[in-house]
Design a protein around this ligand. Structure first.
Ligand SMILES: N[C@@H](CCC[C@H](N)C(=O)O)C(=O)O
Length: 259
């Protein structure tokens, strides 16, 4: 079968997105999804996303990592699928859609997408790192040598090491640039490499840095390798709510390939 796909990127985190409202894609074909995401033998992407019908919201997002396995929430992918839904004429400027971690509100103006993330009630603070789940699991370390750090090697050691083991965690390295500005580099589970940006990752970094008083601001700017993102949030007695991931989502091209 010939499959029409769209390539999107959100601060350099890139995705193959397919309109699967007619259920033409075999969702268990891990091998084919991994082949399509391969940067030498396929289209090349950090992830593969299906847009599907949902009975109680505008659409459903099904997310796969580049290894072909369905995974947990993708923040940049979530922003890209909102732009795709607008391109398809499914939504105007506001939407509510379903992802693996529940319903998300979002809005789009130009190419900037505001995506609401789930509330966060637990942040684990350790001597040298923090851990929290923003729809996907995130290990966070503050470092001085962010520019020269071997993110792939050190990220992989942490991702496969204790306590995460096979199930793994994404790993974020952070350097503070000013009172509300942080540079972030992320090793992504399922891509098993550094990506240019990770939406759930920068969300986790913003909340974690606020939690350990590195910033007192409720809007934090995150500098990723692929561009700038913002995270807005409110603190409550339980943790954080009203969390918004804000940044551009861009269609790169449309293509056709054998599924
Ligand atoms: N790129 C993503 C995160 C995708 C999921 C992650 N690789 C995992 O499996 O946990 C983002 O923008 O949030």
């Amino acid at each position: 079968m010939r499959m029409t796909f769209y390539k999107y990127q959100g601060t350099g985190n890139d995705f193959i997105i397919v309109d699967n409202r007619l259920s033409q894609i075999d969702k268990n074909n891990t091998k084919r999804i991994a082949e399509l995401c391969d940067r030498r033998f396929g289209i090349g992407a950090d992830g593969f996303i299906l847009l599907e019908n949902d009975t109680s919201s505008d659409f459903k997002m099904v997310y796969y990592n580049a290894d072909g396995n369905e995974s947990t929430m993708c923040g940049n992918g979530g922003r890209c699928i909102v732009a795709f839904a607008k391109f398809l004429g499914l939504i105007a400027t506001k939407t509510e859609f379903l992802a693996i971690d529940g319903l998300h509100n979002a809005s789009i103006e130009g190419d900037v997408v505001h995506l609401q993330m789930q509330n966060v009630s637990s942040i684990e603070v350790y001597d040298k790192h923090l851990y929290l789940d923003t729809g996907s699991p995130h290990h966070i370390e503050v470092v001085d040598d962010l520019e020269t750090l071997d993110v792939k090697t050190i990220g992989a050691q942490i991702r496969y090491g204790k306590p995460y083991n096979e199930n793994g965690s994404n790993v974020n390295f952070v350097k503070q640039l000013s009172y509300n500005w942080f540079a972030v580099r992320t090793y992504e589970r399922g891509v098993e490499d550094e990506t240019l940006s990770c939406g759930t990752g920068v969300t986790a970094v913003a909340l974690a840095m606020h939690n350990i008083s590195k910033t007192s601001q409720n809007e934090v700017v995150l500098q990723t390798q692929g561009g700038e993102l913002k995270v807005r949030f409110k603190e409550n007695t339980n943790g954080y709510e009203d969390i918004w991931l804000i940044g551009p989502a861009v269609q790169v091209y449309k293509g056709e390939i054998e599924w």
